[in-house]
Every structure is written in structure tokens, then in C-alpha cells.
Design a protein around this ligand. Sequence first.
Ligand SMILES: Nc1nc2c(c(=O)[nH]1)N[C@H]1C(S)=C(S)[C@@H](COP(=O)(O)O)O[C@H]1N2
Ligand SMILES: [Mo]
Length: 309
Amino acid sequence: MLIRRSSDIREFEVTDHGLYLGRRKLLALGAAALAAAVASKAAAAPLTGVIEGPFGTSEPLTSKIAATHYNNFTELGFHKDDPAENADRFPPLRPWTVEIGGECAKPGRIGIEDLIRPHALEERIYRMRCVETWSMVVPWIGVPLGDALRQFEPTSRAKFVEFTSVHAPNILPGQKTDLLPWPYVEALRIDEAMHPLTLLAVGLYGEDLPVQNGAPLRLVVPWKYGFKGAKSIVRIRFTETRPHTTWNDLQPDEYGFYANVNPAVDHVRWSQANERRIGEFRRRPTLPFNGYADQVAGLYAGQDLRRDF
Ligand SMILES: Nc1nc2c(c(=O)[nH]1)N[C@H]1C(S)=C(S)[C@@H](COP(=O)(O)O)O[C@H]1N2
Ligand SMILES: [Mo]
């Protein structure tokens, strides 16, 4: 039942084909028609009181239409334009409860509002880099994950943090298939999770997170390949041992646990040395840690990043 031959389920194939469909559809629709289609989807609420975060880039933004229509969210379909198209199949987004547990002194179940209320929402313009060789620049809004997690008082045994995405096979079309073993699970080492660059995002482009980008809250880890950014999180757990994670379990030689953006370590079947920004034609060199080396390289001092890829 579960797992197809790994060659059938490469993220690359899934999304590359989808990207083609998406671009063709964009051309066919034209920007105006597409904008109308976007507007008719669940009305996004503007987020207020957002302050400018301490990190970010001044590079030109990817268009909102591209960032909300070239998506990987397997629960909502196979192709890159499926998540936007299937967005209204998603269960009601409020109230949304995230269960926090594992190696912490104060486990709890909290609503998204409770998670956010004590913290100022920050806007951070982050470079995003998929393990496929495209990239985006997206203005995310959220709270630093570390600030949100500290109140649960992780113990000294907490070495990793595991993130579990929504599981609703009766509603989510992708979960009626065996495209991936469900639910989607990702994890970070605790120092990565607590690093100030790691964001629990609740919005983008000034508004609530659209379903296709992982509503109502998802992880954004800008120095890592996109698959580390679990969407629509329902559970966060502190663990002593390294959790199993979806893509790493499926194809460990292709999707490393660390998944730090690294132009010097190729994917098994393609180079990771350069990338194409959505909306641009020329390729550009990929930067170590996606350009965030100054902030995060120290986390990996003494580690062999060819082995720990
Ligand atoms: N739950 C869940 N989270 C997920 C995925 C997924 O299929 N399911 N895809 C991942 C991958 S491979 C990428 S590149 C990013 C894409 O995020 P975006 O659509 O907002 O660009 O989400 C990640 N998070
Ligand atoms: Mo990805």
C-alpha cells in the first residue's frame, strides 16, 4: 500500500511538471483574470500591528500571484497549481489548535491566537529555495519560533523539535492517495528551531497565510531547502532522539535531514549550484545557507556538511 517506488515520487518530478502546468495556465488566463480568481478565493484578512523584523533582504519580491500559485503542498494535490485550486477544500481554519508536548516542563494545547498574542508579529523578507532549483523572495509575517516555544519550557533532554502537519484524509485530496505517507512530518535540531531566523509564519504579503502556503501557521527556515518548512502544523513535540521525517525517510540519499542550502553538495540527480528565481529567466549562483551563512554557519561548526547534508 504505502510507498511507491521512490523513482515515482520525486519532489522534483512532482513540482517540475506542476510548474509547467502552472506557467501554461498563467499564460492562458492572463494576469487580470488570474487576479480575479485569486480575489474570489477565501478573502484574506490584512494583518495589523506588524513590525519590521530584524532580518530580511531588500531584494525584489516575487509576485504574490507566483508565491501563492507555485506551491508544494502535497495534501492539496500533485501539481504545482493544485494547492491554490484545491484551497477551499481545507477544513475551517479557526479555531486551530497546536498540541505542544514531549520533552518540556509545560506541555499544552494552545490556539493560534494564544501563540501569537504575547509576541509582536514581524515581517521578514526571506529568500526561499526549493530543493528543486527555483527560488522566491517572500515577505513572511510571523513570530520567531523560539519565542513561541520557550513558554513550554523544553527540558535539557529536548534535542530536536518535531512538526506534524494536518491529517484529514476525508477532506484533503492528496491524503486520499499514497503520494506520501501521511501526515507530513518535519523536524529541526533544537538549536536550529530556537535560532532567531526560524519563523512560525502566519501570513505573507501583509495578509493571513493563504491555505496553499500552509494556513494557518507553518514553519519558514530560510537557510534550508523548502521541504523543511512544514505547513498547517497541528503538533509540535520536543524529542531526545532525531525524529523520523517524511522526505528523509522516503529518500534519505536525496533529502538529507539537515537540508541546508549548499551549492557544493549536489542532489543525487542534479546540481544545486544555481537557481532560477521565479519571474526571472537567467539562473543565479546559489549561496551557501541561501545567503544566511553569517547568521547560521556557526550552528554547524565542526560538522562535515557533505555527510550531514
Ligand atoms: N504539510 C506539508 N508541508 C510542506 C509540503 C507538503 O507537501 N506538505 N511541501 C514542502 C515543500 S517541498 C516546499 S518547497 C514548501 C513550499 O512552500 P510554498 O508553497 O509556500 O512555497 O512547503 C513544504 N511544506
Ligand atoms: Mo520543495
